[in-house]
Design a protein around this ligand. Structure first.
Ligand code: ADP
Ligand code: MG
Ligand code: MG
Length: 884
């Protein structure tokens, strides 16, 4: 149902079915949007004209009103609703059907001219912005309607929208319409049907607007899905002081606690709560008190000026409580609700599974499991693997917090710690490496900048403001509604606590407490809590694959092991040649003119390598550690600048000229396809010999200490079985020599990386010489696609923009092409050796959709960077659950 009706439409229909009060309406399906995009307006009108007329008649019947009537007009909202919820992405129009006649009718019927004219001016404004395109396109421009509003407020010396008189509102409508005529050259449409069709097509159009496209890209939503259009009878939260509108969550979207919460505004309509225009009030008394405390508002002032809905409208509140339980029960998940109270009567306008932070996601899933609300599999499948990332990130160091100066306080809108330099405009978020976006309020236009910024700080708006909702969805730290901030966009300054901060100044945000600090505040590693541990335990219960890590140091190996890694899938050895004295010996080896000279230099490197391997094997004791032999081309190890070359020449007692000649010799036209990988070990067998010796000796040293070391030696960049055989012979011979010297043995494996397409194509032969395969999908992708990762930046963005590639193949495994090679190699390899151990060690090993692929083709494990281990564990379990 969701695919056709969109999320909003489907949920409205569902609420209606289970007896929740919803204003009558109808939904135009997403299929119509697709037809609109392909064939245009005329085709759509021909197709649905009849149905739309009939459906409007149905609304008229249920509400006892008439569309276009003077005395008893029917007003509707036109709302977009895609399959996946896209908050704030698409534009909604309220009060449609109103015009100069209808406004009088409504005024008379309700005996409330103020309300009638307020609705009218809102409609002209929204319709003008959304359908007629008067919304400003650049940040310097202001909305022409807002300008008029400000002008009248100034003339009349008032501050709030609620202070407008009927005469003010009437003059607003006239001025708004004049502005429309002036800007578009056309009169504002007075015919309700013309308004309705204009709005329907505007919704379809907005599917292709820039911010919707950005959101889809960020969330991998295909453009083909389209949006539905919901047309629904209006209910009014702005009919006076017995009316209100609000937003609520059945649980805390920020922490996950099982506490009903939300915000509302009396005598307001639609988006007023979310837009951060007026400071909304809390729904529950408990929430209201908590809010007051955070804001430093006394209980007396709170009760008088910012009372909760529980206090102001106890009956509607009780009913809302009942409905929120019902909806959470029905949907078996935390709900994000929109409601309106019209003259004391409660109506629900939307429900959906609420967005939440990573922490809340984990807590809610485990809580609901404990409440027997959902089962283990559902709990697991409900966690978005990538969002676990937020829980693994640093928090502020409590010590550092002690001495940090608080310069402002707002609402803890989205948890986490952020430190960065101030920027005031979203499109300037990339001005600094780490920026914090500081705004009076944010809007959907700011999306891209919010992605780039470390954190978001707003002066206005509550927990359900745009900034808060979007930040939580992104897992980005956000403090909203920090009322003490005086932001001056022109001067690019913000004043608070008697200090002025300018663009580029450092500040820090604590999204979990709402505090804003001056300068940089030190952060510390996050720790894993018990709900998180429960999810990991369930992951292990339901997974088939296990997870290793890519780690080059004992420290990384330990971090990964704490996150549940069972072994190392890739230990690169090249960095071990750079530190301190080592690089000298390495360069000496490279500059040597014969094998004897190289051996002498390698002897100096041996103890360093052995030591490193001992550390890593010890950190991963009991689990396999795949160590890759030297891989990068040698020119990466020699100096390329005159000054360093000179230094080296002096150190080595040779001429600068000699060094220059050697460096020139090592230069390659295409190093990616050059003298690297096993080709090095074949040209210089003594390198392979030294590395094998270091690995075996390290393992034996550990064995002597009673530590269970399990080395797996991996030969890189193999394309033919003869290459592997060549290297394997050296490794085995060296091992035997060391065993003889020490008089003791140890088990170890020899295998290869599959990263050259030829190796995949001939895997049945390669498997004869290999104990294991590890797919190096970075190189395999480069070589299969035929473009280098280092140069792809020049054209990949264009490819992605134009849809030539759907995703960056270096981030998300290209399952159709590269994946085919993997699948083939696994099958061929196992046809030779049924028990061949197979894993993946490219960047893709921690990317959920790629992990799912690995599970499907039967890999034994995936390997990824330490901080992605929990993500991969969960993704592996989910892949297995989805497969079965
Ligand atoms: P969004 O997807 O941006 O939340 P919505 O379609 O939900 O957009 O509408 C925006 C606002 O207008 C919401 O606050 C919603 O509750 C309100 N609204 C929509 N339709 C109606 C209606 N028929 N009567 C009263 N308010 C409505
Ligand atoms: Mg909504
Ligand atoms: Mg490689």
């Amino acid at each position: 149902m969701k695919n056709l009706l969109g999320g909003k439409g489907a949920n409205l229909a569902e609420m209606n079915l289970i007896g929740v009060p919803v204003p009558p309406g109808f939904t135009i399906t997403t299929e119509v949007c697709t037809i609109f995009n392909e064939k245009g307006q005329k085709a759509v009108t021909d197709l649905i004209l009849n149905d739309v007329q009939k459906s409007v008649a149905h609304i008229e019947k249920l509400t006892g009103t008439q569309f276009g009537s003077k005395e008893n007009p029917c007003l509707v909202s036109v709302r977009s609703g895609a399959r996946a919820s896209m908050p704030g992405m698409m534009d909604t129009i309220l009060n449609l059907g109103i015009n100069d006649d209808a406004v009088e009718g409504i005024a008379k019927k309700t005996n409330n001219p103020r309300f009638a004219w307020d609705s009218y001016r809102r409609f002209v404004q929204m319709y003008g912005d959304v359908v007629l395109g008067l919304k400003p396109h650049s940040k310097e421009d202001i909305d022409p309607f807002e300008e008029i509003i400000e002008q009248i407020k100034e003339e009349r010396g008032i501050k709030q929208d609620t202070e407008f008189t009927v005469a003010d509102l009437q003059s607003l409508v006239t001025k708004f319409k004049d502005a429309v005529l002036q800007k578009t050259g056309k009169k504002f449409p007075t015919d309700p049907w013309e308004q309705l069709w204009g709005a329907i097509f505007a919704v379809f159009d907005s599917w292709m607007n820039e911010r919707a496209i950005i959101y889809r890209k960020l969330n991998n939503i295909p453009a083909e899905w389209g949006t539905a259009v919901n047309v629904q009878a209006m209910v009014f939260g702005n009919m006076g002081n017995n009316s209100a509108t609000g937003v609520a969550f059945t649980r805390d979207a920020s922490t996950g606690e099982n506490i009903f919460n939300g915000e509302y505004l009396i005598n307001a309509q639609g988006e007023d709560v979310v837009a951060g225009i007026r400071t909304p009030q809390e729904i529950t008394l408990e929430g209201s008190r908590r809010w007051a405390k955070l804001q430093g508002v006394s209980e007396e002032t709170r009760a008088a000026k910012y009372p909760s809905l529980e206090e102001t409208m106890p009956e509607a509140y009780a009913q809302l409580m009942e409905i929120q339980h019902k909806l959470e029960n029905h949907n078996r998940d935390m709900q994000d609700l929109e409601f309106t109270i019209q003259n004391g009567k409660l109506w629900l306008l939307q429900t959906r599974n609420g967005k939440r932070t990573g922490a809340a996601m984990v807590k809610m899933a485990v809580d609901m499991l404990n409440e027997n609300f959902i089962d283990e599999k559902t709990a697991l499948l409900r966690i978005e693997p990538n969002k676990l990332d937020e829980l693994l990130h640093p928090v502020f160091d409590p010590e550092a917090l002690h001495s940090a100066t608080v310069i402002a306080k707002g609402l803890p809108a989205s948890p986490g710690a952020a430190t960065g330099q101030i920027v005031f405009f979203a499109d300037e978020a990339n001005k600094f490496e780490r920026s914090v976006l500081v705004r009076i309020e944010t809007s959907p236009e700011d999306l891209e900048g919010m992605v780039l910024a470390q954190g978001i700080l707003t002066a206005r708006g509550g927990m359900t403001s745009h900034a808060a909702v979007v930040a939580r969805g992104m897992g980005k730290c956000c403090v909203s509604g920090a009322g003490s901030l005086r932001i001056d966009y022109k001067a690019r300054t913000v004043e608070t606590s008697g200090k002025v901060f300018s663009e580029g100044d450092w500040i820090s945000l604590n999204g979990s407490t709402g505090e804003v600090f001056e300068g940089k505040v030190k952060t510390k590693e996050a720790s894993i809590d018990k709900d998180f541990a429960k999810i990991m335990e369930l992951s292990d219960k339901y997974t088939r694959m296990y997870v290793r890590t890519n780690a080059d140091t004992p420290k990384d190996a330990r971090i990964a092991r704490n996150f549940g890694a069972k072994g190392i899938g890739l230990c690169r050895t090249e960095h071990m040649f750079f530190e301190g004295e080592r690089i000298k010996a390495m360069r000496e080896m490279i500059l040597a003119s014969d094998s004897e000279g190289r051996k002498k230099a390698l002897k100096k490197l041996l103890p360093y390598q052995r030591n490193d391997f001992e550390g890593i094997l010890e950190a991963m004791a009991g689990f396999g550690v795949t160590i890759r032999l030297l891989d990068p081309p040698l020119h990466e190890f020699v100096p390329h600048q005159q000054a360093t070359q000179k230094e080296l020449a002096e150190e080595m007692g040779i001429s600068l000229e000699q060094i220059k000649i050697k460096v020139a010799e090592l230069e390659e036209f295409n190093p990616m396809l050059g003298h690297r990988g096993c080709r090095l070990g074949i040209s210089y067998p003594e390198i392979t010999e030294m590395q094998s010796r270091a690995i075996i000796e390290a393992a034996l040293n550990l064995k002597a200490k009673g530590i269970d070391a399990r080395p797996e030696i991996m030969v890189p960049l193999v394309g033919t079985v003869a290459e592997l055989k060549h290297q394997k012979d050296i490794i085995l011979a060296t091992a035997e020599k060391v065993f003889a010297e020490r008089g003791t043995r140890i088990d170890f494996l020899v295998g290869t990386m599959i990263e050259v397409p030829r190796a995949a194509l001939t895997a049945e032969g390669i498997a004869k010489e290999a104990d294991f395969f590890s797919f190096g999908t970075n190189d395999l992708t480069q070589m299969t696609m035929g473009f280098s990762r280092d140069d792809a930046g020049k054209f990949l963005p264009t490819y992605l923009e134009q849809g030539i590639l759907k995703q960056d193949p270096f981030q998300v495994l290209d399952q159709h092409g590269v994946g085919l090679l993997i699948d083939l190699a696994v099958t061929k390899g196992r046809s030779t050796k049924p028990n061949l151990k197979v894993g993946i060690c490219g960047e893709h090993g921690g990317e959920p959709s790629s992990v799912e692929f690995c599970n499907r083709v039967g890999l034994d494990y995936v390997s990824c960077s330490p901080f992605r281990v929990p993500i991969a564990r969960l993704a592996a379990a989910q892949a297995n659950l989805k497969k079965n």
